[in-house]
Design a binder for this molecule. Structure first.
Ligand code: OSB
Ligand code: MG
Length: 376
């Protein structure tokens, strides 16, 4: 992989804007921890000579997936991240400064990604090529939220299979697990299937978790506490289904700790959770050296964050289909163009458009903006 750390950010930045947007979901999305009925997100736009780089912060308005929130990210970006940006500095110099900030990786990712998008656009390259990656088709995958009935799950499964997703992830929680998987496996015995518990279980639930071994799942994602590494290692010894970590992984160091302790066999990389594309690529690189498969998670992003997820997956370490579905799966309307959508075989293809390749449709965008401010 090419080393872009010596690339310099523009010698002149004209303006930076922060927007909070609220885009309604087609239908509410539930995990074991919360139900969201719209996507609220913080967007960063960095402009130079009429060219814009965009980043999307994956923090929710609430602390129910991660401790970071839109408001905390806005504060950290304005007070601590933007003052670090010095025109003409290298990406490596910027990263060193960013690493002085503890945690707050969703806030950091939004700004870093916007700068990378801007740099790629100024070099007139697609983001993946700017990052030294080579094009290849990206398989789609779907995450089905918790439904109020088993019939509801089966209906969602039916739609997912029809759309040729390369694997299906089902959200589970205590009391909504074996019976759901049993019903699904009855109809789809061989479908690539996995389950995501979003941290709902503890080691006291070991008997229930062991029962899930019989459903031939590709993996179980984040069964235990959202910040746990140690108990997952104990669990992995007791079950045959591979454990995959999501919430517990914020960095390459977390990844190393989890793998060395045997806490998981697979990693879900979310660039927005680990501090941006650079850390995400570092994790993918480390995992491929260790023979640990990775896949790209999602935070039901708008077209902007989704585009970063697509470019990231060109790293050869991404050997499993991720949670990348078309933007219009979640939203009735997309404010980015062209809308991210797979072909009839369920593969996304990136073009050679510059940066993420996403352009904002201003008219649609304005419908969703709830606040906007110029911060530089
Ligand atoms: O745990 O992976 C998760 C969405 C929001 C918060 C957490 C998660 C998810 C998803 C959906 O599973 C992933 C997507 O389709 O973007
Ligand atoms: Mg998850």
């Amino acid at each position: 992989m090419k080393d872009i750390r010596n690339v310099k950010i523009p010698g002149k930045i004209d303006s930076i804007y922060l927007y909070v947007i609220d885009v309604p979901f087609r239908k509410p999305f539930s995990t074991s921890s919360y139900t969201w009925s719209s996507k609220k997100a913080l967007l960063v736009q960095i402009m130079t000579d009429g060219v814009s780089g965009w980043g999307e912060c994956v923090a929710d308005p609430d602390p129910f997936y991660s401790p970071e929130t839109i408001t905390s990210a806005q504060y950290i970006i304005k007070e601590y991240i933007l003052p670090f940006i010095k025109p003409g500095m290298s990406i490596a110099e910027f990263t060193v400064l960013l690493n002085k900030i503890r945690g707050n990786r969703m806030a950091r990712a939004a700004v870093e990604n916007a700068l990378l998008d801007l740099c790629a656009r100024l070099q007139e390259k697609p983001l993946y090529a700017f990052l030294g990656l080579t094009g290849r088709p990206v398989p789609s995958g779907i995450s089905i939220g918790i439904q109020s009935s088993i019939e509801g799950v089966l209906q969602e499964m039916y739609d997912a299979v029809r759309h040729k997703y390369h694997r299906v992830k089902l959200k589970i929680k205590r009391g909504h697990d074996a019976k759901v998987l049993h019903a699904v496996r009855n109809i789809y015995p061989d479908l690539p299937l996995m389950a995501d518990a979003n941290g709902d279980y503890t080691l006291a639930d070991l008997p229930e978790l062991k029962k899930l071994d019989e459903y031939n799942l590709m993996m179980i994602e984040q069964p235990l506490g959202y910040d746990d590494i140690l108990d997952h290692a104990e669990l992995q010894k007791q079950i045959t289904t591979p454990v995959c970590l999501d919430e517990s992984i914020h960095s390459l160091d977390d990844t190393r700790h989890a793998i060395e302790q045997g806490s998981c066999k697979i990693i879900n990389i979310k660039q927005g959770r680990v501090g941006g594309m650079m850390e995400a690529l570092g994790i993918a690189e480390y995992c491929s050296q260790k023979g640990i498969p990775v896949w790209c998670g999602g935070m039901d992003e708008t077209g902007i964050g989704r585009a970063f997820n697509l470019h990231l997956q060109l790293h050869p370490g991404f050997t499993l289909p991720g949670d990348t579905s078309p933007t219009l799966h979640y939203f009735a309307e997309d404010f980015t163009e062209p809308t991210a959508a797979p072909d009839s075989e369920g593969f996304f293809h990136l073009t050679d458009a510059h940066g993420t390749g996403m352009v904002i449709n201003q008219k649609v965008f304005e419908k969703f903006v709830i606040s906007g401010e110029r911060v530089l």
